[in-house]
Structures are given as C-alpha cells and as structure tokens.
Design a protein around this ligand. Structure first.
Ligand code: URA
Ligand code: SF4
Length: 213
C-alpha cells in the first residue's frame, strides 16, 4: 500500500519515540520496498539545533541510524572543528528510506524524487514540531529545496541566515558527501574549510543565543 503521504500515520500526541515507532512501518512511498529499514532522526527532543540531510546511505540503511557512514564521519569532524557537540544536536533526513541503484555488488545512492520527498515530509515536520529547534541547518540541495523552496540555491545562499517560519535561525550549507566526491586532496581540503566556516556561523549563534522568543 502506498498512500502518497505519511500524514495519516502520525500518532496522536507525538513524541520522538512514538514517531520513530510509527515511521518504522511507513509505506507511504515506494522507497521502503528496497530498503532495509526506516532510518529515523536521532538526538534529544531538547536539542536546540536540527541538521537535515537528504536520505540515509548504505551504512545508515544497515545500521538504522542517520549519518553513521562516510558522510557522517565528515559531519562529525566538521562539527568538532566548528565547536559543536554532535551529542547535543538532532540529526535527520528529508527522506527516511535509502534509495539506491545496483552497480555490481554495490548499492549506489539515487536521488529521491520530489514526490518521495513530499510523501516523507510529514515525518520531518513532526520531528521539527517536537524538537522545536532554535537553529535549523539544511545539508545540501535536497534538504534545502525541500524545506526552503525549489528555487533555493545552496551555492549562492550557503552560510547565511535565511528567513523562514521553520525556526528562529535557518541556514543551508553543502552536503558532507560533496566533500567526499572532490577529486583531489586540495579541493577536499578547501571544501572542508568552507563547510566548517558555515558551521562556525551556527556555533556562534548557539554560543550567543539566549533561547528567548
Ligand atoms: N547522507 C545523508 O544525507 N544522510 C545520511 O544519513 C547519510 C548520508
Ligand atoms: Fe515512508 Fe518516507 Fe520511507 Fe517513503 S521514504 S516509505 S514516505 S518513511
């Protein structure tokens, strides 16, 4: 069964554990069929910052947790360099099942479609409604366009605050896997520096924000 939206699966009085449990059996779009499990967001409901990626990758699909593979290691490293404690942030994805294509024995990431993102959006909206972050960070174009509009261009608008109803402070930066895709060490290093610089903006607001309205 594929109803086209996860909305009807939302539990009454949602909490993160209830949402996670409900999302585990979601079949609102076809992506569940070829994936191992739903990869729900991870972190505390009290987190002040939410990071949103695209979708789980191969390792995340197997582990059932977001950003635990190679891209997650880049994210961890960049967060540490920027002075942000990963344990204090909530990390999730725009789409909760791994979309992939076979290449030999490997499963290669495939970009989720607009309708798959729309189908999955109620889970992300529900996570944001429970966590109510002060700061929301979109990692890469998929998350940014899903949350900030299809016109949003990460290359042009990364690393600055954008006006949004979603949180007091909202920004977008590149996806950590874009760093891994760089061809040589020099470009990888440059992209990492720029990524960390964007995250320092987040760190500075977290240091100075008093949590007020
Ligand atoms: N890439 C993402 O966007 N999310 C993950 O959880 C892992 C890799
Ligand atoms: Fe449901 Fe999202 Fe998985 Fe599609 S990707 S089945 S909407 S949890």
């Amino acid at each position: 069964m594929s109803s086209g939206s996860a909305a009807e699966l939302l539990p009454p009085a949602p909490t993160l554990p209830r949402l996670r449990e409900a999302a585990a059996s979601c079949r609102a779009c076809p992506l569940w069929e070829n994936a191992t499990q739903t990869v729900f967001g991870e972190g505390r409901a009290a987190a002040r910052t939410v990071f949103v990626g695209e979708q789980p990758g191969d390792k995340e699909d197997l582990a059932g947790a977001p950003f635990v593979g190679p891209a997650g290691r880049v994210l961890d490293d960049a967060l540490a360099q920027a002075g942000i404690d990963r344990a204090a942030v909530y990390v999730t994805n725009a789409v909760k099942h791994f979309k992939w294509e076979p290449r030999g024995k490997r499963r290669i990431h495939a970009k989720p479609s607009w309708s798959e993102m729309a189908a999955c959006r109620p889970w992300l909206d529900a996570e944001l409604a429970v966590v109510k972050p002060r700061v929301l960070v979109c990692l890469g174009a998929t998350a940014a366009q899903s949350l900030l509009g299809r016109q949003f261009r990460v290359t042009r608008e990364r690393g600055r605050w954008v006006e949004s109803e979603l949180a007091e402070y909202v920004t977008a930066t590149i996806h950590p896997s874009a760093i891994l895709r760089q061809r040589d060490d020099a470009s990888r290093h440059a992209e990492m520096e720029a990524f960390v610089a964007d995250l320092r903006l987040v760190a500075s607001v977290l240091r100075n924000d008093d949590g007020g309205p």
